[in-house]
Every structure is written in structure tokens, then in C-alpha cells.
Design a protein around this ligand. Structure first.
Ligand SMILES: C[S@@+](CC[C@H](N)C(=O)[O-])C[C@H]1O[C@@H](n2cnc3c(N)ncnc32)[C@H](O)[C@@H]1O
Length: 280
């Protein structure tokens, strides 16, 4: 039976289980347990929280979360090759780790964990933004989670925390600012990972606000912001042409000049526009 002290170093784990990283699954592993404990600490006090971890891989961050005192961790891993390594961690932390071999895109977390719930993950780069947008745009608010502590490619992290007028400002910044507070809390060089990715990474900590900053329908806001920034150099009236001939009137009613460009508009204006398109 594995105990915390008998868990082997992660480099040994990936060798024993022949966990050669698969690019298609976005596998860049963190093998330094000091580093994974530091990332886990960015999630705040874990002792009274259930943690949902997406993509535990060989379990570096999972070990960090458990060592930092997480009440319980539910880890969702798509790659079955990682299961024996994760089972060994589960043995060392009886009753505190549950591992599901599943695709995070298909997984419904509702009813699986007890509040307060923190999500923590070194996300596979190919599904990271999709998961984040899902977590930020449920129909009802507050969401199932209280905070998200997520590793992204640094360029994506910059887009999440961007302010209006900056180059990185767009859909991710607006959706994050609408009902949450997002901060970049840590950056990591490529060498922190095995194998090293081409670019740096960063951890973003996002806390859910009790209520949205402005009233809007989540789906409408998400779609209109995506359309506006898909053609960010175009004037709003051109970028939103597919909304029909009365979009100019709706823009004006929302306090937006039809000749404005998306990158100059703030969250309040986009929410006002969503309300013109579909009031809630
Ligand atoms: C960047 S690695 C992080 C691994 C580990 N957490 C670490 O920090 O070393 C991403 C992990 O997500 C897993 N993964 C990729 N796509 C997934 C999906 N759709 N659902 C669940 N896990 C997925 C990969 O197999 C891999 O273990």
C-alpha cells in the first residue's frame, strides 16, 4: 500500500509507466513537486474545499493539491495510461482522491462535488479556452465553482486579464470580467515542463462574483462579443451585419456608435448591446 512518503518521484513515475507525452492530448508535465505545491497554493485555502482537477496526467499537481490540504480532489483524465500512477496517489490519500477516466468536454460536474468547489488545472492547451468559456458562461449564476486556478499558455492568460484598448483585449477578457475577477498570479518558463513547450505559461486565478456586473443573457453576450472580435478591425455595424438590418439601431440604443470598433468598447456597452438583442 502506497503512503505519502513512499510515493516515487514523478520522473520515476513517468519512466515506470512509460508515459511518453502525447502532443494530441496537450501533454506537458510538471514533475517538480515544489512547483506544483506552489501552484496549488495559488488556489487559496483548500482545507474546506472540494477540488475539480482537469487532466491530472501523472499527478504532479494532484499531489500538490492534496499536500496543500484539499478536502477532496476529483480528477478527470482522458488518457488511461495515467491511471496506475493516479491510483497509487489515491492509495496514499485514502478517501481524498477520486479519479475518473473521462473526457473533460463530456463531463458534467454538477452533483459530483460539494460546495465550496475550486477548479485547479494545468490545462491541455487544445481545450483550455473552450473549457474556460464554458465555465464562464453558464445560463445561471453563481456557477458550480467558487474559483478557477488554471495554467494556460502565457499569451492566452494575457487575453483573459486584458484591459480595454490593449491588443490582447477581446472575448476572453470580457467574459472573465463580466461575472468574475481574473488575475495572473504566476508565470512559468518552458523548462518547467517535460517536454518543454515552445512558449511560456502562466497561472490565472479567477474568482466568481456573487452576481454579474451588468445584466445580460450569457449566450447572447458570448455570441455578440465573439462576432465583434472575429473581425476586430471592422466597424461594429459591419462586424455584426449578420444580426440583420436593425443592428445599427440596437447599437445606437446601447450607446455604441455603429462606426466604433470592438476593441474600443467596454463591458458595460457590450452588455447593453446584448440586452438590446435579447433582453433578460
Ligand atoms: C498539460 S498536461 C498536465 C498534466 C498534469 N496536470 C501536470 O501538470 O503535469 C494536460 C493533461 O490533460 C489531459 N487531457 C487532455 N485532454 C483531455 C480531456 N479532453 N479531458 C481530460 N483530460 C485531458 C492530458 O492527458 C494531460 O494529462
Amino acid at each position: 500500500m502506497a503512503t505519502i512518503d513512499s510515493l516515487p518521484p514523478l520522473r520515476e513515475v513517468i519512466n515506470t509507466h512509460e508515459l511518453r507525452a502525447k502532443k494530441s492530448l496537450g501533454q506537458n508535465f510538471l514533475l517538480d513537486l515544489n512547483l506544483t505545491a506552489k501552484i496549488a497554493r495559488q488556489a487559496g485555502d483548500l482545507s474546506d474545499a472540494d477540488v475539480l482537477e482537469i487532466g491530472p496526467g501523472p499527478g504532479g499537481l494532484t499531489r500538490g493539491l492534496l499536500a496543500e490540504g484539499a478536502r477532496r480532489v476529483l480528477a478527470i483524465e482522458k488518457d488511461a495510461r495515467c491511471l496506475p500512477a493516479l491510483a497509487q496517489i489515491a492509495e496514499a490519500y485514502p478517501d481524498r482522491l477520486r479519479v475518473l477516466n473521462a473526457d473533460a468536454l463530456e463531463f458534467d460536474p454538477r452533483g459530483q462535488l460539494q460546495s465550496p468547489i475550486k477548479v485547479a488545472a494545468n490545462l491541455p492547451y487544445n481545450i483550455g479556452t473552450e473549457l474556460l468559456v464554458r465555465w464562464l458562461t453558464p445560463k445561471d449564476w453563481p456557477p458550480f465553482w467558487d474559483s478557477l486556478t488554471l495554467m494556460f499558455q502565457k499569451e492566452v492568460a494575457e487575453r483573459i486579464v486584458a484591459k480595454p484598448g490593449s491588443k490582447a483585449y477581446g472575448r476572453l477578457a470580457l467574459l472573465a470580467a463580466w461575472r468574475a475577477e481574473a488575475k495572473m498570479v504566476m508565470t512559468l518558463p518552458p523548462e518547467a515542463f517535460t517536454p518543454p513547450p515552445k512558449i511560456s505559461s502562466a497561472v490565472v486565478h479567477i474568482t466568481a462574483l456573487p452576481a454579474p456586473r451588468y445584466r445580460a443573457d450569457a449566450n447572447t453576450l458570448s455570441k455578440v462579443v465573439a462576432a465583434a472580435f472575429n473581425q476586430r478591425r471592422k466597424m461594429m455595424r459591419a462586424a455584426l451585419k449578420s444580426y440583420g438590418p436593425d443592428i445599427e439601431d440596437k447599437l445606437v440604443a446601447a450607446g455604441i456608435k455603429p462606426t466604433d470598433r470592438a476593441e474600443t468598447l467596454d463591458l458595460e456597452q457590450f452588455c447593453a448591446l446584448a440586452q438590446q438583442i435579447k433582453p433578460v
